[in-house]
Design a binder for this molecule. Structure first.
Ligand SMILES: C[S@@+](CC[C@H](N)C(=O)[O-])C[C@H]1O[C@@H](n2cnc3c(N)ncnc32)[C@H](O)[C@@H]1O
Length: 244
């Protein structure tokens, strides 16, 4: 697998996560704010009634960190969580979940074939969209799975709009993420992909435009606290229920 200026080829990303799966929770657990920020993004979806009667989708759930955040924001909801990495999903399934949480092995591009169908009241995509070959097409496809008025939230790194954010990102990657990833897994490919793919990803303004272009309304974003201020964002959008 070759990491070029934009990272790995998109079809190689789930395989790279297979390699990194066993160490994933340990590494993100050492990242101050990782889980807290996922929970903040899930709360920003403002899901009513603790999620009672709601059906939610966690797109690219990985080892279940984002699923746990969604569950904390909406403990009464039914949650379908999918990921294309067998090993990441195996880590997620090993954890203890209420019977309302269901994990499905699927690529984002093949949801219907994997038996995942809407409508959903909310969709959470944490660190997924940056890894997709056709983000516009996938955003439209995810919107089509939402009920009219349903909420989409992408929790994502975006540093293009800010020199300060890019400098922080280079510093964090080369002082911590890449060396720690290499030590934990013996292979820095996934972490070099993370570094490059974040640099290549949309700035926040461009990603908000992308969401609007996919037919979402009420598009806005909010950032985090700590070193992730201006680096990690929650992008929020609503499905107005009209064709894209
Ligand atoms: C950085 S992890 C994030 C996992 C989880 N959402 C979290 O917040 O910890 C990104 C996940 O996206 C998954 N992924 C990447 N491309 C995908 C695709 N095309 N379809 C489904 N999952 C994909 C990877 O396998 C990986 O588990």
């Amino acid at each position: 697998m070759t990491v070029d200026r934009t990272g790995l080829a998109c079809h190689e990303v789930p395989g790279a996560f297979d390699t990194g799966a066993a160490a994933y929770d340990r590494l993100v657990g050492a990242n101050p704010g990782y889980h807290e920020h996922l929970r903040l993004s899930a709360r920003r979806m403002r899901l009513p009634g603790g999620g009672r009667g709601l059906r939610l989708l966690d797109a690219g759930c990985g080892t279940g960190a984002s699923t746990a955040a969604l569950l904390a924001a909406a403990p009464h909801a039914e949650i379908v969580a999918f990921d294309a990495s067998t090993e990441m999903l195996a880590q997620a399934r090993r954890k203890s979940w209420p019977p309302t949480v269901h994990f499905v092995h699927s690529r984002a591009e093949e949801l219907a074939g994997s038996g995942i169908s809407g409508p959903f009241d909310g969709i959470f995509a944490a660190y997924l969209i940056r890894n997709l070959a056709d983000p516009d097409g996938q955003l439209r496809a995810l919107r089509a799975l939402l009920k009219p008025g349903g909420t989409f939230a992408a929790h994502e790194y975006s540093v293009r709009d800010s020199l300060a954010a890019r400098l922080v990102w280079h510093a964090v990657c080369w002082s911590i993420i890449i060396p720690a990833g290499r030590v934990a897994t013996g292979d820095a490919t996934l972490y070099r992909h993370l570094w490059r793919s974040v640099l290549a990803f949309d700035g926040a303004a461009r990603f908000r435009q992308r969401l609007a272009g996919a037919g979402f309304t009420a598009v806005h974003s909010e950032t985090m606290t700590g070193w992730q201020r201006g680096v990690v964002h929650t992008f929020l959008a609503t499905n107005p229920g009209e064709p894209a």
